[in-house]
Design a protein around this ligand. Structure first.
Ligand SMILES: [Zn+2]
Length: 450
């Protein structure tokens, strides 16, 4: 994702000075506040399991509230029994959530809210190959401000934004970061079905999926091979739909030019399809949102209303469309490995809009989202990361480089890649010219070891 007030070049500006105080404040708080009841170690890593999701959400528009009932059909695809499951959804932390009910196979169960996660205890262990249904019902209130990433679950100017709101199997991460970095990691699902109902008439929904059914005030959307399902909604949306190379492009705008957004999206879509391989979803939705920054979802991108300059719109659309290939189809642990999604998407975007030098001094590229200041996160991971990949491309040559990138894409399609897997796959196609990653990725390529 990308945020902050735009500079003339269209990229995020440096944050206001008050942000610089945040890490110090957090450190002070960490010392004073006792450890929470649920420790990180208590939340099991549920990434090895698979699930499909059947979800209903009822929006009470004027009240700014949403009631969600999500049924995950979970299969234990690991080789050991599992006695608890970790689900991630951000209203648990920033939506003033009331956890209404948690049922496992229709029986009441215990669950613990832990940061933006809910850990559900299974009454009986789930054996390898076995299935269980987990129903999680919650009520949440949309935020009305953008601060501290609250715009990801908000209602402002008659527009609702809901990001990562479906409880989805995950590995626990802390949601708060010292920058705008994203702390998510989820597997793709073969099937997610979402029915959205609003008590406000005339609401249009921009979603990850495609519309499957309309039943009175309810609209049902489905998506396949996606690692989350997000939506924005508004009675104010102007909607235009066009076909482009067999993919339905839907553009949902408030005040931005829909033809401009569509044009940048098509250019990026064509360039990345050509370089990486065909786009994998039936739809590509471009939706304007009133708060926050550019944001990627599978099959959808959000562009903020403040992208009023053509350069900023072009930059944001191009970067977020690149995420369809890296983050969307090839996922990664976005918290521990931001290079794998952000540097790679920025690199692809900059093959269209041009590269530039970083305004922060050189730093390691193997850190997590918790390791970088808000001032230099973008300048290091995005700018230095993209430059690193472009320098590498020139060193190994275009043929080997793009072959390596396509290999990585094919190898991890609909799965989880990562920085080490990316660099190793690139090296394997680079004959003798690859390698040399020790300086910038010391934790991945330790020197002096065996
Ligand atoms: Zn991004």
């Amino acid at each position: 994702m990308l945020r902050y007030v735009p500079s003339r070049s269209g990229e995020p500006c440096r944050p206001p000075i008050r942000w610089l105080l945040l890490p110090v404040t957090l450190i002070a708080l960490a010392v004073l506040i006792p450890a929470p009841v649920a420790l990180a170690g208590d939340a099991p890593n549920s990434l090895g399991l698979s699930a499909t999701y059947d979800v209903t959400a009822d929006i009470r528009w004027d009240a700014g509230r949403m009631s969600v009932t999500s049924i995950a059909t979970v299969t234990n695809s690991t080789d050991t029994p599992v006695d608890a499951l970790t689900f991630n959804f951000i209203p648990a932390l920033i939506g003033h959530m009331n956890l209404r009910e948690v049922l496992v196979n229709d029986e009441g169960s215990t669950a613990q809210v832990d940061d933006a996660n809910v850990v559900v205890s299974l009454p009986v262990p789930l054996d390898p190959g076995s299935q269980a249904t987990v129903l999680i019902g919650y009520d949440a209130t949309f935020n009305t401000t953008s601060k501290k990433k609250k715009w990801l679950f908000s209602k402002k100017d008659n527009v609702v934004t809901a990001y990562r709101w479906i409880p989805w199997l995950t590995k626990r991460h802390s949601w708060s970061t010292p920058n705008f970095g994203e702390p998510y990691v989820t597997q793709t699902t073969s099937d997610v079905r979402v029915t959205l109902t609003s008590d406000r008439a005339g609401v249009s929904y921009a979603t990850t999926g495609h519309q499957a059914e309309v039943n009175g005030a309810s609209q049902t959307f489905v998506a396949h091979d996606v690692r989350d399902f997000n939506f924005s909604a508004s009675p104010r949306y102007k909607v235009t739909t066009t076909d482009h190379n067999g993919v339905t492009f839907g553009v949902y705008t408030l005040s931005l030019s829909s033809s401009s957004l569509l044009s940048y999206a098509r250019t990026a879509f064509d360039a990345f399809s050509d370089k990486m391989g065909v786009y994998q979803y039936e739809t590509l939705t471009v939706a304007e949102i009133p708060l926050g920054g550019g944001m990627e979802s599978p099959g959808m991108i959000w562009i903020p209303s403040n992208a009023t300059s053509a350069m900023r719109r072009r930059y944001l659309v191009t970067h977020e469309v690149a995420h369809q290939w890296f983050y969307g189809v090839v996922g990664n642990d976005q918290a521990t490995d931001p290079f794998a999604d952000e540097a790679l998407s920025e690199f692809l975007a900059r093959t269209i809009i041009g590269f530039r030098n970083s305004r922060c001094s050189d730093a390691n590229l193997d850190g997590s989202v918790y390791d970088y200041s808000s001032t230099c996160y973008y300048e290091v991971i995005y700018i230095q990361g993209a430059d690193y990949l472009d320098d590498y491309r020139r060193r190994v040559g275009d043929d080997g480089f793009w072959a390596g990138l396509r290999d990585y894409y094919e190898k991890f399609k609909f799965g989880l890649g990562g920085t080490l897997a990316l660099l190793n796959t690139l090296d394997s196609d680079a004959s003798d010219n690859g390698g040399g990653h020790e300086d910038r990725f010391p934790s991945l390529y330790p020197t002096g070891g065996g």
